[in-house]
Design a protein around this ligand. Structure first.
Ligand SMILES: Cc1cc2nc3c(=O)[nH]c(=O)nc-3n(C[C@H](O)[C@H](O)[C@H](O)COP(=O)(O)OP(=O)(O)OC[C@H]3O[C@@H](n4cnc5c(N)ncnc54)[C@H](O)[C@@H]3O)c2cc1C
Length: 261
């Protein structure tokens, strides 16, 4: 069904009320509209959430950075607050897609969609994010469930994403030259209590790499990664890169990410 009703909500309560039956939320439409056009998804009603003021804005405190769900990738990439507190997040946002995608696409849409090659899920996982929704707070370790699958329930809206401000962090991506989605993306973060490393583009869902976390916890330097052996078992193998190549590139990107801190 390529025809649908288009409704706008002005607050999250109203949006949630509208979300019954074959409906879904639309933010930037950068993923949803191509999926509908290609016949991969069909809805009777799209509920526009871009007019909900409470979903916008970037707020910083000493411990965390909160970004409203409808904040675009461009807004994150040029934000002074982001540049000051978590510069690697601005780098990540600047490397998403092309200017059109960055000007329309939103952080909430990217996180809700959980594409296996998307960039923001890696940032969320590495920066120990909390996903604030219209119903609850979800710790990131419980949020990403599988390919295009999250813990969100029908009618639940992501309101803000709260990132822990790290001591150091870096993101490096080996991008698909056409779409800029990650063939391999590695986000490293030295947090107050732990080192977290998240990898995207490599399996059906973003994941933490324990081997890299262990060596970087002892010595947060590119050299520490030299002797790590990354097994390619279970990794994606496609026209862009074999599983073995992805395993190799994880180390290369991890070193680049640590060097950029
Ligand atoms: C050509 C192209 C290149 C791209 N390159 C990259 C890239 O390099 N890296 C990358 O990470 N991404 C890339 N993307 C994806 C882009 O980042 C999109 O912004 C993102 O996937 C979806 O955001 P959106 O706001 O457009 O969401 P939409 O398309 O509007 O929605 C996507 C899904 O999320 C749901 N949703 C949206 N907002 C919320 C919310 N607040 N709460 C609950 N559910 C919500 C919708 O119901 C829908 O199911 C690319 C896309 C295109 C078209």
């Amino acid at each position: 069904m390529k025809s649908f009703n288009f409704k706008s909500a002005t607050n999250t309560k109203e949006a949630t009320k509208m979300a019954t039956g074959r409906t879904t939320f639309i933010a930037g439409g950068m993923t949803l509209l191509p999926a509908i056009k290609l016949g991969l998804a069909a809805y009777s009603d799209l509920i526009n959430i871009k007019k909900i003021k409470s979903l916008s804005g970037i707020k910083i405190s000493s411990k965390s950075l909160r970004i409203g769900a409808i904040t675009t990738h461009t807004e994150v990439s040029v934000s002074k607050e982001v540049g000051k507190s978590i510069p690697s997040l601005a780098v990540l946002a600047e490397g998403i897609g092309d200017p059109q995608v960055r000007n329309r696409g939103t952080i909430g849409g990217s996180v809700a969609n959980n594409d296996p090659a998307a960039d923001y899920p890696a940032a969320c996982l590495a920066l120990n994010a909390t996903i604030h929704t219209s119903k609850r707070k979800i710790p990131v370790d419980k949020f990403f469930k599988g390919m295009f699958e999250t813990d969100l329930k029908k009618g639940e809206i992501i309101e803000t994403i709260e990132f822990e401000v790290p001591e150091k962090s870096g993101y490096a991506k080996f991008p698909n030259p056409a779409s800029r989605y990650a063939i391999v993306g590695v986000y490293v973060a030295k947090l107050k209590k732990e080192v977290r490393v998240a990898v995207t583009g490599v399996e059906s869902c973003v994941f933490r790499c324990k081997k890299l976390e262990d060596v970087l916890s002892n010595n947060f330097s590119p050299a520490a990664i030299d002797n790590v052996n990354i097994s390619s078992k279970g990794f994606n193998s496609d026209i862009h890169a074999s599983a073995e190549y992805r395993a190799h590139i994880i180390k290369v990107m991890a070193k680049k990410a640590v060097s950029s801190c």
